[in-house]
Design a protein around this ligand. Structure first.
Ligand SMILES: Nc1ncnc2c1ncn2[C@@H]1O[C@H](COP(=O)(O)OP(=O)(O)OP(=O)(O)O)[C@@H](O)[C@H]1O
Ligand SMILES: [Mg+2]
Length: 508
């Protein structure tokens, strides 16, 4: 009886089962692959033909039909090479199969000589196989470092087509690879642009520390050369270490985007994605067919840095609104809808006007009010409303710039950030979130009670600054982080006052 070979196809982070069956008929020599495969799937026949030939098998000399079921599900990429080759070997009587073969998943690309080449998306493939209850998964050997991060399923690293053939017919059995326990000691932090080299800008550094501690969004505004880009780069060095769960979460997304390698199978560093304003909407948000994560998902649990914010096309900035609110992004395609996580910190920088000197104490601005308005209006109110910390970064004085004393190092700041994150993680553990910024309004009510004087201050701020409901909750969350940074359980008046001050959008 013909047996089906099982494989998995990915749609976003979710997998669907694909059954590969092959058959041969009398007729003119031809090979046909049916089942809505893309070009890479169609080209599999050439790779499989050569791989079989070079591995000492015979490729049938008559009409070959390969079916990838279900027929109405689109299949992408070269991951079906291995199951197709195995299906053909079985159909042509070169490989008898055991009955329990439907407990196994096979994925992998074949080279012409029969060796297996790594594929992308291996981590989500293995974790889906485990969830679906499969007992064994066979992956290209170079994917093994990533695949063995998941325990609970036997993972086999396959080198060649011949090797898996010998294993499946029982001549030379392979052994499953040991599970790789991942330790957080392996995590690295960026240290190229240490904060100690940045002179002055104490206020900006304080705001960056708060943003890193609670996962808040921040916008820096200031004249050219005041150090905005420098500060943003320094921000990467004060981010807290990843937890193992976070690293696996991030790796799943990076795996689909093809950013993981055999040498670097897991994302060890909190993402810091600096995106240029010429990037397309799809590159930023995600898309394509099959859907690939965009920059906002690649910066999940890390930072999305948008330098020169007003230079970004307005449409691109508007699509950020929904993910910034929900922490996820939904991509809809004709073939279905998929969701990628996008829980990120947005760090943005801009000049206050086209010439850059509006509001500067010494230098006159040469822009007309109309030009200034047009420049600032490129960033919509709703987007600004989602930013918790609005920051002016003025030019620093000559004295400060030439001060030889070193400022506080990134490590000292990072230690405080880490402590504050630990407090939040403990408090929010049962709510299944990790940072203050992620709290929905129900939790804000629970965890951010205010004393009377702070309540009064907030009330007058909301009234005088015409703040939205969203801004109200965001100020409370920011106050919570400021209190946490001080290792204080109660939020006091000065915390709220500081949080309100960061809301004031004074661009000069
Ligand atoms: N506070 C500072 N301490 C040390 N160096 C500084 C500081 N501010 C600026 N610099 C120096 O000036 C350079 C330019 O700074 P940066 O690129 O961050 O400015 P910017 O505010 O982003 O300007 P633009 O608005 O033109 O993008 C830095 O590479 C650094 O060498
Ligand atoms: Mg800059």
């Amino acid at each position: 009886m013909l047996q089906r070979i099982k494989s998995l196809t990915l749609f976003g982070l979710n997998a669907e089962e694909v059954e590969v069956e092959a058959d041969t008929h009398f007729g003119k020599a031809a090979c046909l692959i049916v089942g809505l495969g893309d070009t890479a799937v169609q080209e599999a026949k050439e790779r499989v033909r050569s791989a079989m030939k070079h591995s000492g098998f015979t490729f049938p000399n008559n009409r070959v039909a390969i079916n990838l079921a279900p027929a109405d599900l689109k299949k992408h990429g070269p991951r079906f090479d291995l199951p197709i080759a195995l299906g053909l070997l079985h159909a042509t009587g070169q490989m008898p199969l055991e009955e329990d073969n439907d407990q196994r998943i096979f994925v992998g690309e074949l080279g012409f000589t029969g060796e297996l080449r790594p594929i992308s998306g291996i981590l989500p493939t293995v974790s889906n196989a485990l969830e679906m209850g499969y007992k064994e998964i066979y992956v290209p050997i170079d994917n093994l470092p990533e695949a063995t991060l998941i325990s609970g399923i036997d993972v086999f690293g396959v080198k060649t087509l011949e090797q898996i053939h010998q294993h499946l017919i029982g001549i030379k059995k392979m052994t499953p690879a040991p599970h790789r326990k991942f330790e957080s000691q392996n995590f690295v932090t960026a240290d190229e642009s240490d904060m100690k080299h940045i002179k002055g800008q104490e206020q900006a550094k304080r705001a960056l520390e708060i943003a890193a501690a609670g996962g808040h969004n921040l916008l820096m505004c200031g004249p050219p050369g005041s150090g905005k880009t420098l500060l943003a780069k320094g921000f990467a060095t004060i981010l807290p270490a990843l937890t193992v769960e976070e690293a696996l979460d991030i790796t799943q997304i990076h795996s689909i985007a093809g950013l993981t390698t055999a040498k670097g199978p897991i994302s060890l560093r909190r993402p810091f994605r600096s995106v240029h304003h010429t990037a397309s909407g799809i590159a930023i948000v995600g898309g394509g067919n099959p859907p690939k994560p965009g920059e906002i998902s690649l910066s999940h649990r890390g930072v999305l840095f948008l330098d020169e914010l007003p230079e970004f096309p307005q449409k691109t900035l508007e699509v950020l609104r929904q993910p910034l609110e929900d922490g996820i992004v939904t991509i809809s395609r004709a073939s279905g809808t998929c969701t990628f996580p996008a829980q990120l910190m947005l760090i943005a920088a801009m000049n206050p006007c086209p010439c850059g000197f509006s509001g500067d104490k010494e230098k006159d601005c040469s822009c007309t009010p109309f030009n200034i308005d047009r420049y600032r209006n490129r960033i919509s109110g709703p987007l600004l409303d989602r930013i918790d910390l609005h920051l002016n970064v003025p030019r620093i004085s000559f004295e400060k710039l030439t001060d030889v004393r070193k400022a506080e190092s990134s490590k000292d700041i990072r230690d405080r950030v880490q402590k504050t994150r630990d407090v939040q993680r403990k408090r929010l553990a049962e709510d299944k979130i990790t940072t203050n910024a992620e709290m929905p309004s129900s939790l804000v009510k629970k965890y951010c009670p205010l004393p009377e004087d702070a309540q009064t201050l907030l009330k007058s701020a909301v009234q005088q600054m015409n703040l939205s409901g969203r801004a109200y909750y965001r100020i409370l969350k920011l106050s919570r982080t400021i209190a946490d940074l001080a290792q204080r359980e109660e939020i006091i008046l000065s915390d709220v006052a500081e949080a309100v001050q960061y809301r004031a959008r004074d661009l000069g």
